[in-house]
Design a protein around this ligand. Structure first.
Ligand code: ATP
Length: 235
C-alpha cells in the first residue's frame, strides 16, 4: 500500500528550480533510498515532504491526504519526522533533554525513552551527558532517537553517515531493522551508494533535480547507478 507519494513535484528556491516533475512513492513498511551527487535535489525533496520548502507545483500525498502546503508542525503531527543533515542537537542540553524535545508534542505510539534506549543500548550510559560532549556517532543516535520520539509513521533520514567512520556508520544503519519492526517506513538520503543500496528495498537516483533511475535496490547494478548518477547513459 502506498503511504507517501510525490506527484510531479517542482520545488523552487526563489527563481532557482531545484526539482523537476519528481514522482516518487514509499510503501508502508519499506525503506527507500535517494541517491545522487551534491546539489542533485535529495535534501530538497525531504524538505518538500516535511513542509520546510513547499513544492510550488505538483503534490505530496500522505495516507491519502494532500499535505503539499501544510505547515511543518502539522505534517509532524500527522506522522512524518526528519533526522536533519548535521544532526542539529541542542549542544548545551543533555542527551535526555534533547530526546524529550522530540517527545514534547508526540503522537501516541511505541516510542518512549525506554524503547529508544533499547534500540541504542549505549545511550542509557550517556543519557545525562551534554550533547556537546558526544562523538559524532553518538550524536547521530540521539538525533534519530529524538525523531522517533515523535512516533512517526515515516522517518526521513538526511545523510546519516556524514563525517562518521565506516564502523560507526554500520552501527547506525543496524538500527533500521528495529525501527521498521515498529512499523516505521524510511526514506534515506545517502551519498554512499553501496550503503544506500544495502539499507533499502528500492532506490531513486536524482541528477540535477530529475529522477534518472528508479528500481529495486537488489537488481540495479553499480553500472546502472553510475550512469544515472553522472548522466552519461548511452543507448
Ligand atoms: P547535498 O548532498 O549537497 O546536500 P542535495 O542532493 O541534497 O545535495 P539540495 O541540497 O537539495 O541537493 O540542492 C538542490 C539544489 O538547490 C542545488 O542547486 C542547491 O544549490 C539548491 N539549494 C539548496 N538549498 C537552497 C537554498 N536554501 N537556497 C537556494 N538554493 C538552494
Amino acid at each position: 500500500m502506498t503511504l507517501l507519494s510525490l506527484e510531479k513535484v517542482d520545488v523552487f528556491y526563489g527563481d532557482l528550480q531545484a526539482t523537476f516533475g519528481v514522482d516518487l512513492r514509499l510503501d508502508a513498511g519499506e525503506a527507500i533510498a535517494l541517491i545522487g551527487a551534491n546539489g542533485a535535489g535529495k535534501s530538497t525533496l525531504l524538505r518538500a515532504i516535511m513542509g520546510m520548502t513547499a513544492a510550488r507545483r505538483g503534490a505530496v500525498m500522505f495516507d491519502g491526504q494532500d499535505i503539499t502546503r501544510l505547515r511543518c508542525d502539522l505534517i509532524a503531527r500527522r506522522g512524518i519526522a526528519i533526522v536533519p543533515e548535521g544532526r542539529r542537537l541542542f549542544s548545551s542540553l543533555s542527551v535526555e533533554e534533547n530526546l524529550l524535545m522530540g517527545g514534547a508534542r508526540a503522537r501516541p505510539g511505541p516510542w518512549t525513552l525506554d524503547t529508544v534506549f533499547d534500540l541504542f543500548p549505549a545511550m542509557r550510559e550517556f543519557r545525562h551527558h551534554n550533547a556537546a560532549e558526544l562523538s559524532g556517532g553518538q550524536q547521530q543516535m540521539v538525533a534519530i532517537g529524538r525523531a522517533l520520539l515523535t512516533n512517526p509513521r515515516v522517518l526521513l533520514c538526511d545523510e546519516l553517515s556524514l563525517g562518521l567512520a565506516p564502523k560507526v556508520v554500520g552501527e547506525i544503519y543496524a538500527c533500521f531493522a528495529g525501527i521498521r519492526d515498529k512499523g516505521v517506513s524510511i526514506i534515506l538520503v545517502e551519498q554512499d551508494v553501496v550503503r544506500a543500496r544495502s539499507a533499502s528495498s528500492r532506490l531513486y537516483c536524482l541528477l540535477k533535480g530529475r529522477v534518472t533511475l528508479e528500481g529495486a535496490s537488489s537488481s540495479v547494478t553499480l553500472d546502472d547507478i553510475s550512469h544515472a548518477y553522472f548522466g552519461d547513459r548511452r543507448s
